[in-house]
Design a protein around this ligand. Structure first.
Ligand code: SF4
Ligand code: SF4
Ligand code: SF4
Length: 310
């Protein structure tokens, strides 16, 4: 009997679903063992039934494994997450949004009232506009990770996660095991050369690093020591696939932190400020440090509106 898989997306960009479709040939190898019973990105599944026969009802078929991407921004997202939890045996949270709030959770620095005011009233390029509310789900006060609302059994972080992790997770689950990622930082797996001291200025990310094309990566100086804001010291490493070289570093770009926390309870803002100071870079040069260091992990209470200064 094939293993039944259901997939749902909450507040998401769809990148994590596309990553599953990007798995390519390895997916063909495991496909005979799988049956996708629900996947809105590929199949037309409607709230209220295909022909509106169940008004207001969400029908998710029962499945062995459920993948869920996106964070919880509004009451419909919460309902879908709860329904998935009821219908699947093993729930896998996919991507930074589902695991830590992801980019949408940057909104947690503002109140819902402020966000609505900015979007419909105050943005220079928008004509002031009544706030639409007909038939729209109510926004929640905060963007939450899926694990804040229902129990999650397996976490596949990343923005997006990687095709390799999807395959590893599915293969492990087919054997009755849950994929557990080791607690390593991106720096632990990065082969770049460290000298424990940096240039003094923090550079803009689009400035080209000193990385001659003919130099092997092991001989090129660490990007943070070159003055780029690289979140490798505070980011969970699992994006490098078999080679283990972190995905962005391989592309000559600093790590932006998309695989989230190395361990539960970590505070990336404090840890990153310590890492920068330890090589002589002044973290105060970075505008909006709270957002930069929590860019993908703003749920679970890490980002909140600051009290107004008087
Ligand atoms: S983690 Fe990134 S790719 Fe995945 S849904 Fe969120 S924004 Fe999109
Ligand atoms: S700070 Fe960035 S470039 Fe430097 S070792 Fe860590 S991951 Fe590599
Ligand atoms: S290097 Fe950092 S930002 Fe890039 S994919 Fe890996 S964890 Fe994400």
């Amino acid at each position: 009997m094939p293993v039944k898989i259901a997939e749902e997306w909450l507040t998401t960009c769809g990148g994590c679903e596309i990553t599953l479709l990007d798995v390519g040939e390895p997916l063909l190898e495991i496909l005979p063992e799988l049956e996708f019973v629900h996947m809105p990105v590929l199949m037309d599944h409607k709230y209220s039934g295909q022909a509106g026969e169940n008004p207001g009802t969400l029908v998710i078929p029962e499945a062995d494994i459920g993948f869920i991407s996106g964070g919880i921004r509004h009451e419909e997202n919460r309902h879908v997450a709860e329904e998935m939890r009821k219908k699947v045996n093993t729930l896998v949270a996919v991507g930074a949004c589902a695991n830590f709030g992801g980019i949408p959770a940057l909104a947690n620095m503002y109140t819902v009232e402020d966000i609505i005011k900015m979007a419909y009233d105050e943005t220079e390029t928008t004509d002031a506009h009544p706030v639409p509310d007909d038939d729209l789900p109510k926004l929640e006060e905060r963007v939450s990770a899926v694990s804040e609302v229902v129990k999650v059994d397996v976490a596949l972080p990343g923005c997006p996660t990687t095709p390799e992790l999807y395959v590893q997770a599915i293969t492990a689950l087919l054997k009755g095991e849950a994929l557990v990622l080791p607690e390593r930082s991106v720096c632990d797996d990065c082969p770049m050369k460290r000298e424990k001291k940096a240039v003094t200025e923090i550079k803009r990310p689009l400035e080209k690093p000193d990385w001659p094309a003919d130099k092997p990566i092991e001989e090129v100086r660490c990007l943070m020591e070159q003055g780029y804001l690289c979140l490798g010291p505070v980011t969970h490493s699992a994006c490098g696939g078999e080679e283990k070289i972190p995905r962005c570093i391989k592309a000559h770009m600093p790590c932006r932190g998309c695989f989230g926390l190395i361990r539960e309870g970590a505070n990336p803002q404090i840890d990153m400020m310590t890492a920068l100071s330890s090589i002589g870079l002044n973290p105060r040069q970075i505008e909006d440090r709270r957002a930069m260091f929590n860019r993908f992990v703003g749920a679970q209470g890490r980002l909140r509106p600051l009290p107004q200064r008087r």
